[in-house]
Structure formats: C-alpha cells, structure tokens
Design a protein around this ligand. Structure first.
Ligand SMILES: *[C@@H]1O[C@H](CO)[C@@H](O)[C@H](O)[C@H]1NC(C)=O
Ligand SMILES: *[C@@H]1O[C@H](CO)[C@@H](O)[C@H](O)[C@H]1NC(C)=O
Ligand SMILES: *[C@@H]1O[C@H](CO)[C@@H](O)[C@H](O)[C@H]1NC(C)=O
Ligand SMILES: *[C@@H]1O[C@H](CO)[C@@H](O)[C@H](O)[C@H]1NC(C)=O
Length: 336
C-alpha cells in the first residue's frame, strides 16, 4: 500500500513538469517565431521598410505617422531619428503627433526604397509627394509633386529599379488624401495612378490611371514588369515596362485588400493583404509569397500576433519576414 502511494507520488511529480511543459509548448513556439521591434515612445505606424544594401548591417528605415523617418540600428540601439519629409516641419508641433490633420504640416512618409548604386533613399510622402534623402538624412528634397498637370493627392507605394534608377510609385487617389481613406473606400475611388520618375530626365510619366486605390508597387528582378496592388479594387495587376507587351497590363489575381509588395533577393515577392474570416467577415492580416510571375505560393496567417489589425508590408530579410503596419508601434519580425 505504502509502495503504491509513493509510486503514485513519484508519477505525479514526474508528470507534473511534463504536463506544464505541454501546456507551454504553443506559446514557446509563438514567441520563437515572432518578435517585435518596438518604436520609440509615441511613434506609430511603420508603414514601409527599406533595408540598406548588403546583409551585413541589417540596418533599415521606416516612415512613421508624425512625419519622421527612423533608422533601426540593431536591437541594442533601436530606432534613431534619420530624416523627415516635410519642407516645414516643427519638432515641437510634430514629434509624437498622431493627429491626421497635422499630416499636411508634419508630413507622412509611406513607401520607402533605396537606389543602391547612388545610396539615395526615395520616399512617397502622402502629402508632399515623391522626395529623396541622401545618406546624411535630415531634410528630404522634393523630387516631384505633380504629373500631367495633376497634383499627387496620396503618394503611397514605391520601388526603385536598381539598373535604370527609375522610381515607380503610386498616387492612390486624385481626389481623396490619406485623411479621406475611408471615404475613398466607401465610394470605390478609381482615380489612382501608377507613375514612373526617370532621374536622368527628371521627368515623371503616367503609366496607368483610373486605378482603384493603387497601393504597392514592385519592379521585377529583370525590370520587364511591375506588380501593382489595387487596395480598393481588390486586385493585383502586372504592368509591362519592356518587351513585346510593353505598356499593356494583365491581371494577377483578386486577393482582397492587397497592400505593399516587396521583391526578394531571388526575384519572387511578398505581399501584405487580408483574408475575410467568417462568420463576422472580419479582416485578418496575411502575408503571401508570390513566385516570379506573381502566383501565390504560400500564405502566412498573422492573426495570432495582429488580430484584426491590418498590416501594410511584408519584406523578407535574412530568412525572416519584417512586417510593417500603419496601426502598430512596432515592426514585427516573423521567422518562417
Ligand atoms: C510652416 O508651418 C507653420 C505651422 O507649423 C505655419 O504657420 C507656416 O505658415 C508654415 N510655413 C510655410 C512656408 O508653409
Ligand atoms: C478630406 O479630409 C479633410 C480633413 O478631414 C477635409 O478637410 C476634406 O474636405 C476631405 N476631402 C474630401 C474630398 O472629403
Ligand atoms: C479616368 O481618369 C480621368 C482623369 O485622369 C477622368 O477624367 C475620367 O473620367 C476617368 N474615367 C473613368 C471611366 O472613370
Ligand atoms: C474588397 O474586399 C473587401 C473585403 O472583402 C470588401 O468589403 C469590398 O467590398 C471589396 N471591394 C470591391 C470593390 O470589390
């Protein structure tokens, strides 16, 4: 009898840690595959992410809601001020603001990308249009705020073709600015444009117009086409820049709420988008890998870390996915 009791005791003491361990396995897995890089106090909305060239530093840049561009210097140093997009930005008025009506004063950098050969950082500012920063940062220089007589209203996604130096970018709407984004959604705005800036001629060409909320752009590795996501219209298109189909486009798919698209070093892409979850029809953020011709080859559901919060960008770096969002105070890093 005594033997049985002590054996049971032994079994309980042995099983207890195992039981605890089993319970904790899921959260251990979660914390291993996702971490967040916290922005400085009061900074929110890292919409887009631009890495410096080379895998050596892992240093990257994000634009935030108060108009600053921050530089990430590794987990120990964190984020430092790098530059700003507004020609007339007051630190006192702007730093830490999340008031959308300060946007036209403080600026709101959205799409960001480097032209590596010249080490220039281009940014699409929602209110000030296409701007560029040198390696010293600080005040950005305005490159363009109008094309074909139409001012940009909502400069948004941006990518640089590394060989030509051409900058491809979107103006989400000619009528609604960032503050009117929900109005643009509710009225199915179709006044967006796809634009291309040529640094050699200093000219901007309108490649496409009447787009339904164009958000992200990504130039293919060989520069023959660009992928463009229409956030409002729920479709992604491929516009041909060169070759027999130059200046025409075709449709890739009808994924809901497609946002920024980023090319990987091997030439495929990651797209931020949303999935409709039944029965409440809530939107769940997802990351989708797309092959070199734009077919979805993998979908990663980010609900466990973001809930219903939409993400705006997914970018692969060093075997991990860096996740941007207009609504978080961190950059997410997902190990896949
Ligand atoms: C600069 O911004 C301030 C408000 O911060 C405004 O009063 C002033 O008119 C602006 N100046 C220009 C040149 O835009
Ligand atoms: C956009 O929002 C701003 C600020 O809320 C407002 O002044 C403006 O009238 C809006 N524009 C449209 C077209 O609704
Ligand atoms: C297309 O856009 C132009 C302005 O760029 C506009 O005048 C025209 O009405 C639009 N067409 C349609 C079908 O919406
Ligand atoms: C795009 O998808 C969202 C989410 O399903 C939906 O609410 C919206 O009506 C769609 N828009 C269009 C233009 O189809």
């Amino acid at each position: 009898m005594a033997y049985t009791i002590s054996l049971t005791k032994v079994m309980i003491t042995l099983m207890f840690p195992i039981f605890i361990f089993l319970i904790h396995v899921p959260s251990m897995v979660l914390s291993q595959s996702f971490r967040s890089l916290q922005l400085p106090p009061k900074a929110v909305g890292p919409e887009s992410i631009a890495f410096e060239s080379g895998p050596v530093t892992g240093r990257f840049y994000v634009g935030i809601a108060d108009g600053r561009i921050l530089q990430f210097n590794g987990p120990r140093v964190g984020f430092l001020n790098f530059g700003f997009t507004s020609p007339n930005r007051s630190k006192q008025l702007c730093d830490g603001t999340t008031d959308p009506n300060m946007g036209p004063i403080c600026g709101r950098p959205l799409g960001l990308a480097f032209h590596y050969p010249s080490n220039k950082l281009y940014a699409c500012d929602a209110y000030f249009g296409l701007v560029v920063l040198g390696s010293a940062g600080k005040q950005a220089t305005r490159v363009s705020d109008t094309a074909d007589g139409q001012s940009y209203r909502f400069c948004n996604g941006l990518d640089v073709h590394q060989l030509t130096g051409n900058v491809l970018f979107t103006d989400t709407s000619s009528v609604n600015d960032l503050r009117n984004a929900s109005r643009a959604l509710n009225t199915n705005d179709i006044t967006g444009r796809l634009l291309m800036y040529d640094p050699d001629t200093d000219r901007v060409r309108v490649l496409m117009k009447n787009l339904s909320g164009p958000a992200g752009v990504a130039v293919s590795q060989d520069g023959t086409y660009v992928l463009v996501s229409n956030f409002i219209g729920n479709n992604t298109i491929r516009y041909w820049l060169r070759g027999p189909r130059a200046n025409t486009y075709d449709s890739i798919d009808f994924q809901e709420r497609p946002d920024n698209i980023r090319r990987t070093v091997v030439g495929d892409f990651w797209r931020a988008a949303a999935m409709v979850k039944q029965p409440a029809q809530s939107l769940i953020p997802i990351a989708q890998r797309m092959d070199v011709i734009g077919r979805v080859s993998r979908t990663v559901n980010l609900e466990a870390w973001y809930g219903n919060t939409l993400i705006s960008e997914v970018q692969e770096f060093g075997g991990e996915l860096y996740v941007g969002s207009r609504f978080t105070s961190f950059v997410g890093v997902y190990r896949f």
